[in-house]
Design a protein around this ligand. Sequence first.
Ligand SMILES: [Zn+2]
Length: 303
Amino acid sequence: MEQLPKPHAILWFPDGSVILKTDSYLFRVHKSILSRESSVFKDMFAFPVNEDDRANEYDGLPVVPLLGDDEKDVIQLLRMLYKPTFGALKLSLLRMPCVVGLFKLSNKYHFSGVDAAFQKELKVVFPQSRAAFGKPQGASVRRSLFTHDNLLPLLPVVQATGKTKLFPSLLYCCSQYSINAILAEDLPPETKELLLAGREKVKLSIHDAFAHQVDYHHLGMGVCKRNPRCRTSACFAEFDTKCQTQIESKPGHGEEFFTMKEFDEVQTSTPPCDDCKEGVKKILSAVRDQVWDLLPEIFELNM
Ligand SMILES: [Zn+2]
């Protein structure tokens, strides 16, 4: 026999005015709170209850079945709504294991406060400037998304909000997964195509930029005037090789190229002499800026 949903232990307020129903739970909550936070619920409650719906009542209260919504996401969302300080909490939404489900729900029912908190956080974690991308706070949240396997699933949810344009670095991070991981993910075919094509274009742009430096330095200053063992072209060639040979079975956090310390500090097996090092550093930084600026075009966000 099918198990009937039962009242939830915490989200059951005796003075609640509406019952939300999932597969195994009933939540007795308040129309006023749902209406305040969500325009979808506000509109829903604005209509008078018709006679057919009366058959669905529980304890004399209207029952709203939440069709197709994941139960644990619903619980998380409701608990947040009943903690009015959630927006001010230092707690990061993007660090939550259930972030994708939560974002989906807030988008579906237009929970404006939760939505605003999401947008604010996304802007910090997937910023538009490379300098901001290198900040440790965002990097640690990206790593957490990656660890919980939430990075790729987050993309279609952001796409559904129509605001992908603001987050080229999210697309970049997603494109740095292995080809197999992208293919295996439950994503719309056009998103997979975009990521796989973008992945190749990123690699190619890096290669073009480095190959140019290798040529230039090989021709112009193959032998450093100050130190015969200093070979800047070999240094650029090594960085290029590093970027082109990603290990397929072990995807990174998708940020190595733009934030890696080895680049910042010019750590190579053929280091340039101290006199040339600062120049190389500047060029490495310029190459990374150049590729960063190409991201919107690579991921077709300019249309
Ligand atoms: Zn030198």
